[in-house]
Write a protein that binds this ligand. Structure first.
Ligand code: GLY
Length: 320
């Protein structure tokens, strides 16, 4: 059985807009709605909501929302300020997708503050889906992006500290936040999603996680719904995580059930004890859900201009 969804930790308000929506978290049936990972998703949702209020598209909204986190030097797992790889270089992964299956991504991208916007340019200005490394950077520069140093003093200090032992683990600390994944629906029911990260701290140079990979870190199907993932990318890729969540919703599962089943696929096949994976999802009816392996996954739901910080249910219960 699927357990009760979550407890509300915090609610605050902004100006509502558009038609009146039902308030009931988890069972609302209309947009606009914005959903994003972790407590830092609140700032991202505020920006996404304000973009929708100003008449921006849902794709504009998800891009604008996650850009806030990419530019935050205090966030050590996304964009500027992200912890570097084992060579001390910050490398970024991101992707974006709309309801019609249009999508773009960049991976192993260096020196560019907003990989999500480069991903959108890949989607809109090239016949490709994913650009990597030096080619992705050259493409970004050709599109007018500036070259910037993304390694903050705090991230450099953390890397120097790590180098003292240079312990290499693919473990993602359960308490540490990572990717920002956002899925959203506008007032007309159009869906879009965005996902961006600096990936695993002190990773092997060249390592790419789930976040730039369509169907792993993010998937959107306008007829069914959208899903985003956070946590250990390798585990998400192995199970085509967000594609799976959307396909399970297509087969009739609620977003919460689909997220739980996708987590259970990982739990059944992988040694999940030392890593976290979390999914969140929104279906075409505007219902949302989330589920994680370990407790502690927070996410933010925005409806009617109200931002609710929620705790996802998990396979391992708190205290176990
Ligand atoms: N989910 C982020 C990563 O594994 O890179």
């Amino acid at each position: 059985m699927i357990s009760a969804l979550m407890g509300v930790k915090n609610v605050f308000s902004a100006l509502p807009f558009g038609a009146l929506r039902r308030q009931n978290a988890g069972s609302s049936t209309e947009g606009p709605v914005v959903l994003s990972t972790w407590d830092f998703g609140r700032k991202a949702n505020q920006e996404a909501w304000s973009t929708l209020e100003k008449g921006g598209s849902v794709l504009d909204a998800v891009e604008a929302g996650v850009r806030v986190i990419e530019a935050d030097p205090n966030n050590s797992s996304v964009g500027y300020g992200g912890f570097p790889d084992r060579e001390g270089k910050v490398t970024l992964d991101a992707c974006i997708m709309d309801a019609d299956g249009n999508c773009g991504g960049v991976c192993f991208l260096e020196d560019i503050m907003h990989p999500i916007s480069v991903a959108r340019k890949v989607m809109e200005n090239t016949p490709h889906v994913l650009l990597a490394g030096e080619g992705a950077r050259e493409f970004a520069l050709s599109q007018g992006f500036s070259r910037e140093n993304l390694l903050t003093p705090k991230a450099r200090d953390a890397w120097k500290e790590w180098k003292k032992e240079s312990l290499y683990k693919t473990e993602i600390n359960r308490e540490r936040h990572d990717t920002i994944g956002m899925v959203a629906m506008d007032a007309k029911g159009r869906l879009a999603g965005a996902c961006t990260t600096s990936g695993l701290s002190f990773k092997l140079r060249g390592r790419v996680g789930d976040s730039p990979i369509i169907g792993a870190g993010l998937y959107v199907d306008g007829e069914v719904g959208a899903a985003a993932a956070t946590g250990l990318g390798e585990a998400v890729i192995k199970t085509a995580g967000t594609f799976l969540v959307v396909e399970l919703m297509r087969q009739g599962m609620s977003p919460a059930e689909a997220c739980e089943e996708a987590v259970m696929r990982i739990v059944r096949k992988q040694d999940y004890r030392d890593f976290q994976v979390c999914f969140l999802a929104l279906n075409a009816a505007g219902e949302h859900g989330a589920f994680s392996i370990h407790p502690g996954f927070t996410y933010v739901l925005t409806r009617n201009g109200e931002h609710e910080m929620l705790n996802a249910d998990s396979f391992i219960k708190k205290g176990e």
